[in-house]
Design a protein around this ligand. Sequence first.
Ligand SMILES: Nc1ncnc2c1ncn2[C@@H]1O[C@H](COP(=O)(O)OP(=O)(O)OP(=O)(O)O)[C@@H](O)[C@H]1O
Ligand SMILES: [Mg+2]
Length: 399
Amino acid sequence: MDALAAPFPTVNSSPLAKTGATKILIVDDERVVRHICQLSLEPESYAIFTAENGIKAMEWLRSEPEIAIVLSDLKMPGMTGLELLNVIKRDFPHVEVIIMTGFATIENAIAAMKLGAHDFLLKPLKAEQIRLVINKCREKIALSQENLALKRANEKLRELQTAKDKFIAITSHELRTPVSHLKGYLAIVNGDDFGALSPAEKHECMSVINSAVLDLEQIVTDMVDLIALEQGTLALRREEIPLRELLEQIVHEFRLAVQERRQTMALHTDGEACVVYADRLQVKIMVAELVQNAIKFTPDYGRIDLSLQQEGEFGVIAVSDTGVGISPENLGRIFEKFFEVQNSDHHSTSKTGFMGGGLGLGLSLARAIAEAHDGGIKVSSQLGRGAKFQIYLPLKPAV
Ligand SMILES: Nc1ncnc2c1ncn2[C@@H]1O[C@H](COP(=O)(O)OP(=O)(O)OP(=O)(O)O)[C@@H](O)[C@H]1O
Ligand SMILES: [Mg+2]
């Protein structure tokens, strides 16, 4: 492996110094050939590496992953140019190879092209010819890079299209229920017979309208928060939060839903005093999403357990249920936005009714919140045998 060594003057002061320069490796056992190649290429556009045999060429390729073009002799002692070409195409398929050969071995040059060489140069080499072939090769590389970028952009567009379709399907379904409640009950309120309703009936109307508005507000908040969290633009209002108190509060808030479903919910904290420095509202939303799912995906009379434990530098909140569980193939997808195992057409309207509806955003939101706090969420489940979600939040270091 020689990097522009004497006795010939150095063409590029340092091959590593140039940023944005195309990196070229010249492989030839004749030093004079290597030097002609160097002299033919403008030092400002290329970073040049040289090797006198195939083994050294491979060493350069391994240590300089940005080498884009290899200019290689065919006849060299040890590894031949064709052998080197084969290894490069196997181990570094993105690297373009140009073969240098004399007229006598032109069939080999053609064989090299069949093996994937970009082009060949006939010896004796001429500077103009070298520049031309290398320029063509650079154009090809630029085109295939553009092609790759286009392919990626295309894939991204397809993903966005799928997300948009799901978004429209689910949101229209989820929005329809509160909107139709609003429409129906507002018609009653504005109708001639409203005055004739009993106070209890009037109250019922107003509470349906109220909860429809709250549902609509929740849908919008979930979406806005998720986007802000994913883009890192949601400012976290951190404060000290004793997790046990927060969990007690959440259990209290869900007690009516749990009662309605004849479920049992218990909190086990074993005296753990975990304190995190986090955004109270966000942490509450995150745990509530898991508890809501546990209630929703557990049949009546089922059981939901919440626990708090310390694991090293993390406070771990676990929410487990005895519900429908999640199959292994869906387990990897439930954190995707708008992903729901059950068919959204069969949603019940309640957020805590068995297999109740939703946008399929709760878990994405919960995970984004955990990650925004440098934590994470783990899940384990078996179909038909319940699920267990664990939130990891870094504990506030003791001062
Ligand atoms: N505890 C659980 N048991 C069984 N399946 C679950 C559980 N939690 C989540 N899932 C599955 O993962 C899907 C995604 O959950 P996620 O909370 O993101 O959405 P959702 O509850 O359907 O709607 P949203 O939370 O937006 O109201 C659910 O629709 C359900 O299929
Ligand atoms: Mg949910």
